[in-house]
Structures are given as structure tokens and as C-alpha cells.
Design a protein around this ligand. Sequence first.
Ligand code: NAP
Length: 251
Amino acid sequence: MTTPHRDLIGKHALVTGGAKRVGRAVALRLAQAGLDVAITYQHSKDEADLVTKEIRAMGRKAFAIQADFAQVDAARHVADKVLDAFGNLYALVNNASCFSPTPIGKVTPDDFEKNMAVNARSPMLLLQALAPALSSHDTPGRVVNFVDIHVMGQPLVGYLAYNMSKAALHELTMTAAMELAPKITVNAIAPGVVAWADAYSEQDRKDYMRRVPLARPGTPEDAATAVLFLVQDADYCTGQILRLDGGRLWT
Ligand SMILES: NC(=O)c1ccc[n+]([C@@H]2O[C@H](COP(=O)([O-])OP(=O)(O)OC[C@H]3O[C@@H](n4cnc5c(N)ncnc54)[C@H](OP(=O)(O)O)[C@@H]3O)[C@@H](O)[C@H]2O)c1
């Protein structure tokens, strides 16, 4: 059970894609730790309303913003809403992501542009718009990006546009960490599996599990624990990519 941390109570976080799966677990965990939390959703309004209701029941502030990050003005709109409501921001978690196959030979310009817009451009524009607020604290503000182990030297075959967009997010993490220090820390989490994608068959799941030394898939709660570490405890950590893959690095 996460207990509120005195340094986080009264601070504010934004979790993109916070209605379901990993984003939901992250939003709830940050709220348990004391933060007020804004989330974004694209289609999952009912689930988003449930998350904000659960957070408010903890005594924190919470609200949800509809946004399609494929649209160029979405990040600015979200940043404005967050600053209007909270007046400030301590932690930005870029979790929202699109993920669908784009095998070479079938990648359209629209596929490429959508992956880049949702997975790289919007995190960059959010970070840029929110950097002044994230910089205005006694301790460094926090940015946590969700990349993927598949941009750490093991590309996911058949997902070229996704891989390229997450590689761009990886580079955003490294560049922003240098440029925004010492006012903001910028780190990323690179999950293996922390919530199965529907596209994975039972056989795919068994094959994957044979390569995981810790012998279980990760969970959204594992991802939330890693985010909380980076937000709450990792004062002297920036430009790091935290692999969250059950030890798959060596297999
Ligand atoms: N799941 C894993 O095992 C795994 C593995 C490697 C990396 N990751 C990364 O970890 C993060 C969380 O994973 P996840 O599986 O929980 O993610 P996910 O379910 O694939 O996506 C999270 C949310 O992103 C939102 N989203 C999708 N397209 C959007 C758009 N155009 N505009 C705005 N929001 C959009 C969706 O919101 P709505 O539901 O509201 O439409 C969705 O609920 C992602 O960044 C993912 O790439 C996950």
C-alpha cells in the first residue's frame, strides 16, 4: 500500500492516456502518494471518469481531458487546461501511445505521421509547454516517458512506425534531460510486457514468457511502482532509461 508522501501532497501530475491499463495504475498510484492528478483520454471517457472519481475519493483533486494527440493542437490544449485548473505542475507522465502493426512494404505516410504525432511529437510539445511550470519547484520537476524495450536494441519486427516513434521519444528523453537540468529530471521507462496487447495470441504469450528470467509478465502496477520511484525518490537521476522487462536483457 502506497502512503502519502509529505513532499508530494499538494503537488500536481499529468498522466496522458490515464483511463486504462498502465496509465490508470500510474494515475492511481501517484494520487495515493499525495499528488493531484489530471489524466487525458481519447475514447475511454467512462473509464476516465471512474479513475478521476477514485482519485477524488482519496481526497485529491482530479479531472480528465479529452484529447487526440494525432492532432497538432492537442498538446497545447491539454497543457492550457492543466495550468488553468492546477496553476502548476510537478510531474508529467507521457504514457499515451498508439501501437499497431506497420510491416515494411505496407507503411503509409499516415501510419508514420500518426505514430510520430502521438508517441513523439505530443510528448515533446507537452514537455515544452509545461517546462516553465515543471521548473518552478524547490526540487526538480519530473518528466517520465514510456518508451519500449524494443528501442533498446531488440526491434519489434513488423512495427516499424511504432519503433521509429518510440526511438524519437527515447531521444527526447536524453536531450531534454541535458537541456532542462538542473530544474527538471527527464527519465524513461522501457517496458517489456506490463499489460498484454490484444494482438498477442496464447502461443505468443507462452513464447514470450520463455524469454523472461523472472518468469511472469509485468503488470501495470509494476509500471506504476517504477513511475513513483522516478517521481518520488529519484532526485539524482536524469537521462536514464529504466528497463522493466523481468530481466529479458540477457535472454
Ligand atoms: N503494455 C505493455 O506491455 C507495453 C510494452 C512496452 C511499452 N509500453 C508503453 O507503455 C505505455 C502504456 O502501455 P499501455 O499498453 O497501457 O498503452 P495502451 O493501452 O496501448 O495506450 C494507452 C492509452 O493511449 C491512449 N491513446 C491512444 N491513441 C491516442 C491518441 N491518438 N490520442 C490520445 N490518446 C491516445 C488510449 O486512450 P483511450 O483508451 O482513452 O482511447 C489508451 O488507453 C505506452 O506508452 C506503451 O507504448 C507498454
